[in-house]
Design a protein around this ligand. Structure first.
Ligand code: ZN
Length: 157
């Protein structure tokens, strides 16, 4: 049995089980392969790093296989998780960028003024030095130090 990492033209990643590499080639050239998520038929084989295929053997053997797997090159499943996280993170960043006002370097001053009630509260974002960040946190200002991917804020300007 041969397990191959496949992906469709939409970027969905899934595993295909074949009797052999040749079996995959035959099914591929006959367009018999479809993506389980979008039914798209443009399937390609992923060039993935060598990985451990875990058999559902005895508990002990499995545990040690997983332990050694972790120290090696990330598995396709781990990569998939990472990509999902990245996508979610990008989406969240974009959301934050859209729903906050960029006050740039005045961030610390503005956040303090709002915290002290000198100014109306509104969601803002901007730059702060590590020292300013600590100052705000020590004053009890509810801020969240985050690095937003530049692309998510650039597209809005
Ligand atoms: Zn797909």
């Amino acid at each position: 049995m041969k397990v191959l990492d496949l992906h469709c033209s939409q970027g969905h990643i899934f595993e295909g089980w074949f009797a052999s590499e040749k079996d995959f080639q035959q099914q591929h050239s006959a367009s018999l392969l479809t993506c389980p998520m979008c039914s798209c038929m443009r399937i390609e084989k992923r060039l993935s790093a060598p990985r451990l295929h875990l058999s559902t053997g005895s508990g002990q053997g499995r545990a040690s296989a997983q332990a050694s797997d972790r120290s090696q090159i990330p598995s396709a499943a781990a990569q998939e998780k990472l990509w999902a996280l990245q996508a979610a993170w990008l989406k969240m960043s974009r959301h934050m960028a859209q729903h906050t006002q960029d006050v740039g370097e005045r961030f610390t001053e503005q956040a303090l003024r709002m915290h002290r009630g000198e100014e109306d509260e509104k969601p803002i974002r901007g730059q702060a030095t590590p020292e300013q960040t600590w100052q705000l946190l020590e004053e009890g200002v509810p801020i969240l130090p985050l690095l937003l991917p530049k692309a998510t804020t650039e597209t809005l300007q």
